[in-house]
Design a protein. Structure first.
Length: 141
């Protein structure tokens, strides 16, 4: 009986594991892309940001200038992703065992994961901006 039950659930288990692996790779690619975009943005505007620091700008103003547009892109992309995920959830609920179409726990976990990965991917460039020494940077250029 256990063998027959395991055999009948095997395709569902394989699909669930495959979706999990694809999701992990997608998450890794999004973190790498977001980190790359943030690093590029900061490196291109580092001189401007160091001048702002030298003139006495607060950390909040520097972060807003450096990463404001990117955070708007992350937020809008997250909203679009959640909406598309809800649209695709009917298909996934047919594949994944006991998956609800609009499970609030899953939606909250997706939103939390999105915000956490965005924060982690932007942390390096943010740290670079906040710890820049304007005198050394302007002297080098």
């Amino acid at each position: 009986m256990e063998h027959q039950l395991a055999l009948s659930f095997f395709p569902i288990q394989v699909a669930t594991v495959a979706l999990g692996i694809f999701g992990a790779f997608g998450l890794l690619l999004s973190v790498a892309g977001t980190f790359g975009l943030a690093s590029y943005t900061v490196s291109k505007r580092l001189r401007e940001l160091s001048i702002r620091v030298a003139l006495g700008a607060q950390a909040k103003q520097i972060l807003s200038a450096a990463l404001g547009r990117m955070l708007i892109l992350l937020g809008s992309g997250s909203v679009v992703g959640i909406v598309l995920g809800l649209a695709a959830s009917r298909l996934l609920s047919a594949i994944v065992y006991q998956a609800s179409v609009q499970d609030p726990f899953v939606l909250a976990a997706v939103a939390l994961t999105t915000m956490l990965t965005a924060s982690l991917s932007v942390a390096g460039p943010v740290r670079r901006v906040l710890h820049v020494d304007p005198a050394n940077l302007l002297r080098e250029q």
